[in-house]
Design a protein around this ligand. Structure first.
Ligand SMILES: [Zn+2]
Ligand SMILES: [Zn+2]
Length: 75
């Protein structure tokens, strides 16, 4: 296992556990962290999602990621 040398926040793909590169806003509302997807899973995700709307993973932690820590709807 290699350690990343930068401080990019590590976000795992909610589908395969790989390194996520984007997040689907639709799923972010419904499923929270499962909305994070790698490139391969994002492709497959479009079959499951009513309205795929992706945001890229933001490199700077200071850039506003207002929805990221939002609480998923629980029941
Ligand atoms: Zn994946
Ligand atoms: Zn989606």
């Amino acid at each position: 296992m290699l350690l990343a040398r930068n401080h990019e926040p590590e976000i795992t793909c909610g589908s395969c556990g790989g390194s996520a590169s984007k997040v689907c806003q639709t799923w972010l509302w419904e499923r929270g962290s499962d909305a994070w997807l790698c490139e391969a899973c994002a492709d497959a995700h479009e079959d499951d999602c009513d309205r795929p709307t992706y945001l890229p993973k933001v490199n700077s932690p200071r850039t506003g990621i207002c929805a990221y820590t939002g609480s998923p709807i629980d029941g």
